[in-house]
Design a protein around this ligand. Sequence first.
Ligand code: SF4
Length: 283
Amino acid sequence: MTEQKLVTPAQNTWCPGCGNFVIQFALRDALRAAIERGTDPDSIVLVTGIGCHAKMADYLAVNSFYAIHGRTVPVATGIKMANPDLSVICCAGDGDAYAEGLDHLVFSAKRNSDITVIVHNNRVYGLTTGQYTPTSPYGFRGRSTPAGTVEPPLNPLALMLSSGATFVARGCTRRKKDLEGIFSEAMEHRGFAFVDVLQVCATYFNAADVYDRFVYPLEGHDTGDFAAAFRKAREWDYTSEGPIATGIFYRASRPTLEETMKPVSRAGKVPAETIAKILEARK
Ligand code: SF4
């Protein structure tokens, strides 16, 4: 598939310098690689939520679905359960995934739903002009916290490891090539794949300088070692300056939700022709 076919002609409204561009291009390249490896382009479904990140559904030319705020993960899970042959990718914002949608994220990891969740973690609500989110640094001054936040940020990697995610990774929009590789690995993973992407919000929280100084790629790390993954995940607390590892922290294999549900769902399966007839009647 050509680059033109993977990117739509829709007018782009992201701010200049926004990290969403890097995520879009990294995802486009990872999708292109998957298609070249044999993935049917028609089997790819992208689910987005509400926020600046969500426009990815407008800009990438794959099947897509806008979910309401915080509900990207259950929608993606439902799509995958309805048709396990689909490759389901879920893009969510940090507000989307770590605030309103947090319980969905935890339970999808626990169930090992075979979806890829990419969190555009710019650590601020950008679309609504700069309120703090669960991963804003301690003391963050924004529209809703002019005197600074008084609560420490959530560590999404530690949370996902604790929740049973079988693939846990972190990328950064200052390192596009690495990000593309992480996305490819996440999409290849069978089970719940989680990628926290440290994304620059050029307008409301431009942490580019910090990321350029402190982000480093994981090397010589055993991705099968849960304790080592947890130690690495806690190396940086999302507030202080210090080493910020990116790459794949943890990878494990266990039955997916779709596999464990198969014997149950087979009994009540609605034939595809019946669904087609219902959709046809509604046209
Ligand atoms: S507000 Fe921030 S996240 Fe939203 S488009 Fe602008 S730079 Fe990107």
